[in-house]
Design a protein around this ligand. Sequence first.
Ligand SMILES: Cc1ncc(COP(=O)(O)O)c(C=O)c1O
Length: 389
Amino acid sequence: MPRDASDPLLLTPGPVSVSRSTKEVMLKDRASGGTEFVRDLTLARTYMVALVNGQGAYTAIPLPGSATYANEAVIAGLVPPGGKLLVHTNGVYGDRLIEICSHTGVPHAVIRTAPFTPPTAAQFEAAILADPAITHVMVVHCETSTGVLNPLEEIAAVCRAHTKGLFVDAVASFGAIPIDAPALGLQAITVSSNKCMQGVPGIGWSVVQKTALENNRGNSTALTLDLWDQNQHMDRTNSFRFTPPTQVLAAFAQACREHAAEGGTPARLARYTANWKRLVDGMRQMGFATVVPDANASPIVATFHNPKHPEFSFQKLFEGMQNRGFVIFPGRLALADTFRIGCMGDVHETDMAEAITAVAETMHEMGIPGLGHTDLEQNPINLAHSLSP
Ligand SMILES: Cc1ncc(COP(=O)(O)O)c(C=O)c1O
């Protein structure tokens, strides 16, 4: 049966498609407070902490907004006066962390590495040794603009060895890639309510080490993003300080139940990996080439080169896919012609098989029955700086 093009499956890096049961809990008006609200808030906060093995030592703090709100809350609230943040970037989301530092006036240094390969521990060690003022480090775990998975364990080991606090943007990995916060010594982890957790967008979560939070009491420069204040208020009253996104929270609690029912993080990783493999295999059989080497790729999103065939147009591919009930995404690489297909969300291998058929049909429609050898030659990519904002 053809898919309903007006209710497409989102094969994008976010927002991602979520289950009907998660959407359905939003179909009623929901008050702030009350038994159901408190139950959902408690479940969600407890589950988020448990997912990183943080019981006792960590607290999960939801703020209304997207994941960038959580990143800004962590940067503006957990780097103490006199502190300095080393920000790593190899993509759009690392660049955004730098932008947050500039806007909030947080002293920072930058370590920029090539976009399609992960950084090395030695690069972090050198950056830390070069600047003794650095007190904290922040990295993006899965860089969604390319799909590269950055080596969190190795970076955390360097931070522990040099006693630097480590913050992780796990917006596109939390819930699908295991993170052991106490073992890694993380001070804060930021998460989206959507992405791999498969709730609806609207909450930026921060999972924070309680001692780091307490040590920074009163340091936040923004009232709305004050994690310490939001946390103490929530612990005392089981409510948000300001109007809560009640439907989004209810959907998130349902998403947590479904995450657990699926088998938790390992099961989600296995499903996304199967999606990614099916996608990449199918696309390669048609002649498409991936941008990121498989060894560095996360099973969250795949980035493909636009073929050089004269009849190929991303806009036509996008529209052909949309007409068949799928949404795909353009690339974010300034000097490379690419597009992305996401593997996250309520997406299964059978959906990927159908998406590949939709790509093949759309290519036929474009007058490209098959990609030849010359269509695979890629435009050179400037690795030094190839990311657009
Ligand atoms: C790794 C990463 N960090 C941060 C963000 C920003 O999240 P948001 O757009 O929800 O603010 C995204 C969004 O895709 C992301 O993938």
